[in-house]
Design a protein around this ligand. Structure first.
Ligand SMILES: NC(=O)c1ccc[n+]([C@@H]2O[C@H](COP(=O)([O-])OP(=O)(O)OC[C@H]3O[C@@H](n4cnc5c(N)ncnc54)[C@H](OP(=O)(O)O)[C@@H]3O)[C@@H](O)[C@H]2O)c1
Length: 334
């Protein structure tokens, strides 16, 4: 579709991907943007941009109807993106929230909806070479399993209600402002709380935030991909050791401290018992050791051939841009 003159509603506008897609659409020009914001204080950061701010919460459908009215395009980035929290909280944001966004899109007659899903729909331990022909892998993790249910609802709206949908499944998204895979890593390293567990030679399936935004813009432009899902990564088999090593070097360190697998698991079991004995949720499961050693790369051939996706920003360039942003934002100070 041609975006000229269109009104674009972005949910999750205060988050990593939502904010960056807004900036890129503004750079491109020719569209008007409505940003869905649930917390006015967080929305302050968007006030410097020429966007209309609509206050709303995807778990409260009555707040979405108005935000979606007149929106030709909806880019649905809002979700509960974390490892912690109650199942019900994930269900409300990721599953019911997606249902409400798709219902609002159907009601307002949106011409295109891009739903941000995740490779998490293939579980925590996906098979090497996974592509879009592989089935969902529910695994008991609240984030992963609710992202599966969210996709099912989105596809249901495509099939039954004719909502013109494209689904994107990014790998781990890093880059400027990334709370999960950039800022948190730097903060853990600075606090000497990040360790390479076991061999840490598992594949992390990263994707630079602007590469994800490229895929979103391609999904909007391409009319031949409605009802399709695409895995989006940088297409490179980088190990966690290498990925975290980039951040360590930004802090002037040569290596990330390492803990062999067996003592790491024992330690995490002991920490888990101690937390549970006090009625608290442990910060990490011993499974994280296996996760960091799990060697499975996703295939992105479908995105390349059908969407025209090219991971334009390499890991080296992405890390260079990320470092420049971290330095400017003060995160690299001791
Ligand atoms: N980051 C990754 O590594 C990654 C990887 C694969 C897929 N994805 C997917 O990509 C999408 C965007 O992720 P992201 O990295 O941009 O996440 P993020 O930085 O954590 O942002 C999440 C956004 O969702 C908003 N939100 C959460 N619950 C909401 C609700 N009930 N109503 C309205 N807004 C709500 C948040 O608002 P507040 O600011 O008010 O909290 C925030 O703006 C998500 O669907 C995520 O599952 C992310």
């Amino acid at each position: 579709m041609n975006l000229a003159g269109k009104r674009v509603l972005v949910t999750g506008a205060t988050g990593l991907i939502g904010r960056r897609v807004i900036e890129r659409l503004l750079e491109q020009g020719g569209v008007s943007i409505r940003a869905l914001v649930r917390d006015p204080t967080k929305g302050e950061g968007l006030r410097s941009l020429p966007v209309e701010i609509a206050l709303g919460d995807i778990t409260r459908p009555e707040t979405l109807r108005e935000a979606a009215t007149g929106a030709h395009v909806i880019i649905h980035c809002a979700a509960r993106v974390t490892e912690r929290g109650r199942w019900e909280e994930f269900w409300q944001s990721n599953v019911e929230g997606t249902r409400h966004v798709l219902e609002a899109a159907a009601h307002s007659g949106a011409e295109r909806v891009v739903h941000l899903s995740s490779v998490a729909v293939y579980g925590i331990f996906p098979r090497d070479g996974t592509d879009e022909s592989f089935p969902y892998q529910p695994c008991g993790n609240a984030y992963c399993d609710t992202k599966i249910e969210a996709e099912k609802i989105a596809f249901d709206y495509f099939r039954r209600r004719g909502v013109p949908l494209v689904v994107l499944r990014p790998g781990i998204v890093y880059g400027p402002r990334s709370p999960h895979w950039t800022i948190r890593i730097i903060e853990l390293l600075k606090a000497n709380r990040l360790f390479l567990l076991g061999r840490a030679d598992g594949i992390c399936n990263h994707v630079y935030v602007d590469n994800v935004v490229d895929a979103i813009l391609l999904a909007l432009a391409n009319d031949a991909v409605l009802g399709e899902a695409f895995i989006i990564t940088d297409g490179r088999a980088t190990t966690w050791r290498e990925f975290f090593g980039h951040y360590a070097r930004m802090l002037g360190r040569q290596t990330v401290p390492q803990l062999p697998a067996a003592p790491a698991k024992l330690l995490l079991h002991l920490v888990g018992w101690a937390f549970r004995a006090r009625g608290r949720t442990p910060p990490l499961s011993p499974k994280v050791v296996d996760y960091l050693q799990h060697r499975a790369a996703f295939r992105i051939e479908k995105a390349k051939t059908r969407l025209g996706y090219v991971p334009r920003i390499s890991l080296e360039e992405g890390m260079r841009r990320t470092e420049a942003w971290l330095r400017e934002a003060g995160y690299l100070r001791p």
